[in-house]
Design a protein around this ligand. Structure first.
Ligand code: 10D
Ligand code: SF4
Length: 449
């Protein structure tokens, strides 16, 4: 055995348990208590470079980091790795991770808080990347406090939409076609696909006579008519709070008003609301866009908002609208829904206390993206993760208090998986920070009741 540099040992014959024991004995854990090892292994499936041995939550975290750096990973049950793991466990007072690397030459033990600056001779580029990742993992190890936002995760509209698809599957049998993502979350979509839902972009893709569910974000009347003409059964999963905005749009248009819709023009909810009053509506997303609106001072105007916007940003746009068009009318406040508001209030409370906020949800989820921005505007670094596999140890080094929340379309089990992955890096205390209670429930459409 030879010490390559302080805190890192290169073992020439890693297959000998004594060599590992000796190497482990020479290592000091990182300040966070973590120890990591990179071990050469054989028997990895084709196309897989690294196998990860750690408790399950930590394994997904490490595998995600390796994959993002271009090192393909797979599950591995190599007895030598478990032996190394056991040896490390005896030396460590904190978490332990072992990465097995195909054809990587000599074994490496790593306990440095920072990744080594040079990779020992004989290790390939995958080994260099894996070693760097392991170093980052070790640096991120240590005790943490997790602050869990409450409310977080599913809102009443999302629960209803998912239940509609599940009940449609039970009542009408698979396949049930769903136009667009039922809610903007990859995991929710994959789970429903596994139960027999088929997701399509447009109604034309649905076989005539089939069962169709329209997604929670709402559709233009033309899409609903198309679905009614083609499908055997149409079940509308539009959230009742989005449907309320559609009704307001029709009312304002019937009063002879032009409508300014505050929102993002490329979002499905906005496209649905625009479709209700085609030709009578302009979409704006910022005070600058308010300044460019083509209306004169006498034009009868009304405003509406997308349901998932950030309250603070929307207030600025509405102030610009009222300043330029003092006669503009609108709903009593705005149309931002209770769930968006509550999750934003909760993430703001976290951002005041945490070193980092992790927001669980999909990239195309508007309400989730707003949570990241609200936390950042409150002065706290914030990151979006689809699931625990997206957690990056580089965000966590030195950050001992981590806030966790989830968008209205992200399942709670993903939040728990993120907490589990944080727990794989060291001892965890978890505390909920509650800023509101939620008791909203929506009734289901008659067709699936
Ligand atoms: O993108 P988004 O926030 O509008 O939708 P997501 O499906 O993520 O969350 C539920 C919100 C809905 C259906 C719109 F109100
Ligand atoms: Fe409905 Fe609000 Fe949930 Fe959207 S975020 S589905 S408007 S409750």
């Amino acid at each position: 055995m030879a010490l390559a540099r302080p805190g890192m040992a290169v073992v020439a014959s890693p297959d000998t348990p004594e060599a590992w024991e000796e190497a482990v004995a020479s290592l000091a854990p990182s300040p966070g208590g973590g120890l990591g090892a990179l071990v050469p292994v054989g028997g990895l499936p084709d196309g897989v470079t690294a196998g990860v041995v750690a408790e399950e939550a930590g394994a997904r975290l490490l595998a995600g980091c390796l994959e993002r750096r271009g090192v393909p990973t797979g599950a591995l049950g190599d007895a030598r790795l478990w032996a190394v793991q056991a040896a490390l466990q005896r030396a460590a007072n904190g978490p332990v991770a072992v990465v097995g690397l195909a054809g990587s030459g000599p074994g490496v033990l790593c306990s440095t808080p920072a990744p080594p600056t040079a990779v020992p001779e004989g290790l390939g580029s995958s080994a260099a990347l894996a070693l760097a990742v392991l170093g980052e993992w070790v640096a991120a190890s240590g005790a943490r406090e997790v602050l869990l936002a409450a409310p977080r995760s599913f809102c009443a509209g999302v629960e209803r939409a998912i239940e509609i698809v599940e009940r449609a599957l039970e009542r009408f049998g698979p396949p049930v076609y769903v136009r667009r993502q039922i809610v903007h979350n990859q995991h929710v979509v994959a789970e429903l696909e596994a139960k027999g839902a088929v997701f399509v972009e447009e109604v034309e893709e649905v076989p005539p006579g089939a069962t169709v569910v329209l997604a929670a974000h709402g559709v233009a009347p033309a899409v609903r008519e198309q679905a009614e003409a083609r499908a055997g059964v149409v079940v509308d999963a539009t959230c009742p709070l989005v449907a309320k905005v559609h009704r307001e749009a029709r009312r304002f248009a019937a009063e002879g008003r032009q409508v300014v819709l505050v929102g993002h023009a490329d979002h499905e909810e906005v496209q649905g609301t625009v479709g209700e009053i085609e030709g009578r509506v302009q979409v704006v997303a910022s005070p600058e866009e308010v300044a460019e609106l083509p209306f004169g001072p006498e034009e009868p105007l009304a405003y509406l908002t997308q349901t998932t916007l950030a309250l603070d940003e929307t207030a600025e746009v509405l102030a610009a609208l009222r300043a330029r068009f003092p006669g503009i009318v609108g709903p009593s406040a705005d149309d931002i829904c209770y769930a968006s508001q509550n999750r934003q209030d909760a993430v703001r409370a976290l951002a005041r206390r945490a070193d980092l906020v992790v927001v669980v949800g999909s990239e195309n989820s508007s309400n989730t993206a707003r949570l990241v921005e609200v936390a950042q505007r409150s002065g706290c670094p914030a990151e979006l993760v689809e699931d625990d596999g997206d957690l990056d140890p580089r965000w966590l080094a030195g950050r001992r208090r981590v806030g966790v929340t989830a968008g209205a379309s992200a399942p709670e089990r993903l939040v728990q998986a993120v907490v589990g992955a944080l727990g794989s890096l060291g001892p965890l205390t978890v505390r909920e920070v509650r800023t509101a209670e939620e008791h909203v429930r929506f009734t289901l459409p008659r067709k699936v009741r």
